[in-house]
Design a protein. Structure first.
Lengths: 140, 247
């Protein structure tokens, strides 16, 4: 009786390649992916600023004025601008990926990808509109 | 169109080299030739020692996957004329150990594939006398896309996660697990989820998305993994909130 084919795992004669530290520069989509992962740092930055704002708000009008003054310094304006670009990139890339993760079926048919993506943008606009309405009304 | 094109082919002969080298061959440039035709021309007329895998030469068997000009491709579907001007670089698929020239070892994938139980699991098998398990066209549609996988390994070669974390079960195996999960005849989803929600399963994937781009059969493994993550997360939440019987 034959024992069947036998494989040698980790054969010494086989050549194994190491992944370069710079693998993400190999092509555009890898670089885009790493950039998208990096955006989470800036999302966290915005979240941190919000928490800071809440704390200032709780400490009273003087602290809040100080907080606002600090936000207007060139350093913060520059940081905000960079963070905004990254957060925008974050939002758009993730919106465009949603149809991959969410397959919506209506009456047995798959809803086309661009509809799923489009609904995300519509929801974004609606939420932004509602927020702008509330904020502007409070101001006036 | 020039009459010939240069093909720079990766060579690795373990008996005389310690690492891969490149060898350039001049092959006739014909409009209807794919890279695999050129490799066969080399093997037949220029250098019989060149090793590579192929079988059906029509995108069905999945054996001729290689990197052409740095991109994982089925060489039977990669036309020479689409890769001009030469030299066209042909290399073995990334991340798998190279056995010889363009031949890589796929044992790792074979073991992972078996691990995800890619077959129909029934709690109780129906006796054959009672007839086949019926399925509507809609039920077939739910998984058909994932069933098109030909195990060509292009997705593994495109996945940097698989390169960095060799334990990762990988795109094709997860897509094939999903193929059986979505099958109305199957009852093994819970068993597979247990395996795939482990450390080396779906959560290793960070959604680079390259696997879907290189797939010659439009299987969309990245989609399969993300959808599976959704299922995994919902199941986890259910197990947290619901009593045992209601899950």
């Amino acid at each position: 009786m034959s024992a069947g084919p036998r494989y040698t795992l980790y054969h010494p004669g086989w050549y194994r390649r190491r992944v370069s530290v710079w693998w993400w520069l190999q092509n555009r989509s890898y670089a885009g992916f790493v950039l998208r992962e990096l955006t989470s740092v800036f999302v966290a930055f915005f979240a941190g600023v919000y928490l800071w704002q809440l704390r200032a708000l709780a400490q009273g009008p003087e602290a809040y004025a100080q907080f606002l003054a600090r936000l207007k310094t060139p350093l913060f304006l520059a940081l905000d601008a960079v963070a905004f670009v990254f957060v925008l990139f974050h939002t758009i890339t993730w919106f465009n990926l949603t149809p991959k993760a969410m397959v919506v079926r209506l009456r047995g048919k798959r809803v086309p990808d661009h509809v799923v993506v489009g609904l995300n943008y519509v929801a974004w606009l609606v939420v932004s509109g509602v927020l702008a309405f509330i904020l502007l009304r409070v101001r006036s | 169109m020039p009459s010939t094109v240069a093909l720079t082919v990766a060579r690795y002969r373990p008996e005389k080299e310690t690492e891969p080298t490149f060898q350039t061959y001049e092959v006739p440039l014909r409009k209807d030739w794919v890279v695999l035709d050129a490799l066969n021309h080399i093997k037949d007329t220029l250098d019989g020692s060149l090793s590579f895998r192929w079988s059906c030469r029509m995108g069905v068997c999945g054996s001729c996957g290689m990197k052409v000009n740095g991109k994982p491709k089925l060489t039977c579907a990669a036309f020479l004329s689409d890769h001009l001007p030469g030299p066209i670089r042909v290399e073995p698929l990334d991340y798998f150990p190279i056995m010889r020239d363009l031949v890589v070892d796929l044992t790792d994938f074979m073991q992972k594939l078996k691990k995800v139980k890619p077959w129909i699991i029934r709690k109780e098998e129906r006796p054959p006398a009672e007839g086949e398990y019926l399925q509507t066209p809609d039920q077939l549609d739910a998984y058909k896309q994932f069933s098109m996988c030909i195990n060509c390994m292009l997705c593994y070669s495109a996945c940097p996660i698989y390169g960095l974390e060799p334990g990762f079960i990988g795109p094709a195996a997860i897509a094939l697990a999903q193929r059986y999960n979505m099958d109305s005849r199957d009852e093994g989803a819970a068993e597979r989820l247990r395996i795939l929600s482990e450390h080396d399963g779906i959560w290793q994937c960070t959604f680079v998305g390259e696997c879907t781009k290189v797939c010659p059969k439009h299987v969309d493994p990245a989609g399969a993994i993300q959808q599976y993550k959704l299922t995994g997360a919902t199941q986890w939440l259910k197990s947290l909130l619901l009593p045992r019987g209601a899950r």
